[in-house]
Design a binder for this molecule. Structure first.
Ligand code: CP
Length: 337
């Protein structure tokens, strides 16, 4: 895949070679993310960071990644502060904002909206989540995390068993991650959800066509040999009313007792975050916080590396990042992590 100038809209545009290129580039970003080195390779470049739906990790890590490469960030957050509420089209918004920016990251509540926006953009557009559809940069950081966590235990993505749990209907991260994992060999999927929130057929079809073993269930038992448990949040914002989401909240919780009962000792625990820590949900309990298999914060950290890699690749500087290094004079506790 030729990344320079490309939009990143869907995981469908990748193959295993392009994923390997992104991950190799992400590996090279580690010294900059850890403040061991500094680069100004994107000095003068501007990221338009457009988030029309709430976000903490994706929005801030896109901005952080761009800053770490030496670029500047201009941000708009919330639909209510945008001229989209005055009836402006995504096309017009894209034409205007892409004149102000060298690359755009965007989140929007409507499926397909980021691709629609990209049609009017003159600069690369990176999808930060479009409705219940896709979250490709999250899927990349999830897969990057899975590879690293499994490698620590001497395993690989090919042949692994992943258990996805929670709201698999509206959870865009599991849609994108499943489509990425479909490119690997002999992955076993156990998909645990209330029947009404099961994985969409469009994703199940991709897994079936790729020959993977898929179990769809509303029971937690039967997945004791899982390598990864990927917990998700009930996506309240996709339901018609909050009361409808209440019917499913807290149905599939993971805490130390449940983890020990249902999973083998080294099963890696993942969650795209945010986790819903309210008592009625508490889908991933704080009593797992000291468990070394809890990878959720390593997962979130990896988001910066993946987004740095995507900026470096789409702006054509991935091979010259080290040419623009400068010293890091300040103290940073990240250096020795
Ligand atoms: N994982 C994720 O997309 O988190 P945010 O909603 O905080 O961006």
């Amino acid at each position: 895949m030729n990344f320079t100038g490309a939009n990143i809209l869907s995981v469908e545009q990748f193959d295993r070679d392009s994923i390997a290129e992104i991950f190799a580039t992400a590996d090279r970003m580690l010294p900059y993310a850890r403040r061991q080195k500094r680069t100004r390779v994107l000095d003068g470049a501007i990221l338009g960071n457009l988030f029309f739906e709430p976000s903490t990790r994706t929005r801030v890590s896109f901005g952080t990644a761009f800053n770490l490469l030496g670029g500047e960030v201009r941000e708009t957050t919330g639909m209510e502060s945008s001229a989209l509420t005055k009836g402006e089209s995504l096309y017009d918004t894209a034409r205007v904002l892409s004149s102000y920016s060298d690359v755009i990251a965007m989140r929007h509540p409507k499926s397909g909206s980021v691709a629609e926006f990209a049609q009017g953009s003159r600069v690369p557009v990176l999808n930060g989540g479009d409705g219940a559809n896709e979250h490709p940069t999250q899927a990349l950081l999830d897969l990057y995390t899975i590879k690293k966590e499994l490698a620590y235990h001497g395993h690989d993505v090919d042949g692994m068993h992943i258990c996805m749990m929670g709201d698999l209907k509206f959870g865009r991260t599991v849609h994108s991650l499943s489509r990425l994992l479909a490119m690997y060999n002999k992955v076993r999927f156990t998909l645990i959800s209330p029947r009404e929130l099961a994985m969409p057929d469009s994703v199940l079809d991709v897994l079936a066509q790729a020959g993977h073993q898929v179990t769809v269930t509303d029971q937690m038992s039967g997945s004791s040999d899982a390598d990864i448990i990927y917990q998700t949040r009930i996506q309240q914002e996709r339901f018609t009313t909050p009361q409808e989401a209440d019917m499913y909240r807290g149905k599939f919780r993971l805490n130390s007792e449940i983890y020990t009962k249902h999973y083998k000792p080294n099963t890696v625990i993942m969650h795209p975050l945010p986790r819903d820590s309210r008592a009625e949900a508490n889908e991933l309990d704080n009593d797992l916080n000291q468990n070394p298999n809890l990878a959720i914060f390593r997962q979130a950290d990896n988001g910066v590396l993946i987004r740095m890699a995507l900026f470096a690749l789409t702006l054509g500087v991935a091979d010259i990042v080290d040419r623009y290094e400068t010293e890091v004079p300040w103290f940073s506790d990240k250096r020795n992590v």
